[in-house]
Design a protein around this ligand. Sequence first.
Ligand code: 0PR
Length: 381
Amino acid sequence: MNTAGNPEKARRWLEEARSRTPHHSDGSILGSMTTAPHPIGVEAFKEFIHVNGNDPVIYPVVEEASRILIEGVGALLGAEHGIHTSGGTESNILALYIGRRISRGRENTVVAPSSVHRSIDKACLLMGCRLVKIPVDPLKPVDPGVLEEYVRKHKPFAVVVTAGTTEAGVVDPVKEAGEIAEEHGVFLHVDAAYGGLLIPFLHRRGYLAEDLRMYPGVSSISVDMHKNGCAPIPSSILFLSRRDYIEEACFEMEYMPRGRSCGLLGTRPGGAVIAAAAVFMTIGAKGYEENAVRMMENALYLHENLSHLPMITSYKPILPLNVFKSTIYTYEELFKALLDRKLYVYKSPSLQALRVVVMPHVEKAHLDRLINALKSIHGVQ
Ligand code: 0PR
């Protein structure tokens, strides 16, 4: 067996792999909550690719970037403290871990609406806690009265609500949940991985009644920078209502220059934090607001067009996330038919439907391609 390195073979493989890997710019990625990273982010990530984000002594720039991000994004949410993480899953696990650490004399239980993201199930599996789900209509936010009943009954250490659900873009009542959490002394985590960089803008521009803030009683909010923040993967922020909560997310690590490490990962891409900060600075709050409005208008355009198709049921988008189904095909069949046409949508199993997420890279022309494919699949002219 020849064990010598083969750079040419590696190059050929890379080239071939690139040619068969879809890119956001080709308009086929319509269902995933990812987008093409902003070019300044690509540049920054590449330049700082060697930086270990777990070592703020050799690389103070990582802390600097983290501060820029937390101050910048935090200003939109009235949040001051936070920690940069690798994504929505790490933020959710960390939030519940912190909640567990600070809770005293409560059941090892988490209460959340059934629309909550799967990473909350994952967090509870890892932490050995019981997850009590409140059955909700996937198209509706949780009823605060019902939420309070569950909190009274199960005495959880934490409640999780979602500001922009994975399967329908529903925004739970964050302010009211905060009041309940405060009254019952419960840790309230708001999963705004998807909605964090949409809701404040769409509220201000009149598309949405709900706003997103670190309201009284809210303990943490997660916002993914690699979703609507246009930062390269992996990048998220976990905002915390108190600075000392960050301490709960830090672990003894004697050999590290600071003797400790914060967050769930060890060695991690420092370039991702620096890239996210550079992207945030470049786009600016005004740019994100313009993006949010454009994305929402595109989602409404898709809804409008799908509503005119005889064999399609389309739900009015709450955030720029469209859910639709066919009256003649199952959602699995329709998923497959679109996949065969190289159109990548996602599933919304709770609604037995398909999901399109209108991310920053999605243009009207991409949506027209989807509309035409749906027409052709259903034999509509
Ligand atoms: N919270 C919400 C509300 C989410 O929609 C997601 C991801 C996460 C947390 C987790 O974020 P990370 O993937 O950054 O850890 N939703 C994505 C989506 O719906 C990705 C995804 C999809 C992840 C399905 C897991 C999954 O089972 O496209």
